[in-house]
Write a protein that binds this ligand. Structure first.
Ligand SMILES: [Zn+2]
Length: 175
C-alpha cells in the first residue's frame, strides 16, 4: 500500500562497559567506557535504523543483522543504517524529518548535540534542521549504567522520479 507518509519508531539500549570505544550517532567520544553488545554499540544509529525499517514495515535490525552472527561483531553501525536507507528508497520514500531522545547519565550529550546532528545529517543525507537530538538523564529509572535511545521518523512518498518507472512497468505489462 503506497501511503503518502509513514511514521517510524525505534528504541534501543546498551550497557556501558570498560575498554570499549563509546560511539553515539556515528561519533566516537573520549570516555573511559563504551557501549557493549551488538556491533559497535551505537545506540542512536540502531534506534534510527529500526525507526526507518519500522516505517516501511520491514524486518527489524536484529532480524536483518542478528547479534549472534560473528560478522556483525564490532561492525560500524552505519552499515545497518545504509541498508535501512536503501530499503526505504527502494520502497519509494524519503525522510521528511527525525526526532530522537537519548537517555543516559554520562557523558553529557548537550555539548555534543550539534556535532551528533551534523554527523547524522551526513549519514542520512538530510538537512541538520530536520534532525532533533535531545538528551535526558534517567531520573528514577535505575538505568545509570545504560544508554537508551528513542527515535521517531517521518517518511514521505518520493515525487515524480519514483512514479515514472512504475508507469513504464504497467505499460509493458499491457503490451
Ligand atoms: Zn543496539
Amino acid at each position: 500500500m503506497k501511503l503518502e507518509t509513514r511514521i517510524g519508531y525505534g528504541w534501543d539500549s546498551h550497557e556501558f562497559r570498560r575498554g570499549v570505544p563509546l560511539k553515539i550517532g556515528g561519533l566516537t567520544f573520549d570516555y573511559p567506557k563504551g557501549l557493549g553488545g551488538h556491533s559497535d554499540g551505537d545506540v542512536l544509529l540502531h534506534a534510527i535504523t529500526d525507526a526507518l525499517l519500522g516505517a516501511i514495515a520491514a524486518p527489524d535490525i536484529g532480524s536483518l543483522f542478528p547479534p549472534s552472527d560473528p560478522q556483525w561483531k564490532g561492525a560500524d553501525s552505519s552499515v545497518f543504517l545504509q541498508e535501512a536507507l536503501r530499503r526505504i528508497s527502494e520502497a519509494g520514500y524519503t525522510i521528511t524529518n527525525l526526532d530522537s531522545t537519548l537517555i543516559l547519565t554520562e557523558p553529557k550529550i548537550g555539548p555534543h548535540a550539534q556535532a551528533i546532528r551534523a554527523r547524522v545529517s551526513e549519514l542520512l543525507s538530510i538537512p541538520a534542521d530536520a534532525i532533533g537530538i535531545k538528551a535526558k538523564t534517567p531520573e528514577g529509572m535505575g538505568t545509570d549504567n545504560a544508554a537508551i535511545a528513542h527515535v521517531t521518523v517521518l517518511l514521505k512518498k518520493k515525487e515524480n522520479r519514483a512514479a515514472k518507472p512504475r508507469a513504464k512497468r504497467s505499460a509493458q505489462a499491457k503490451s
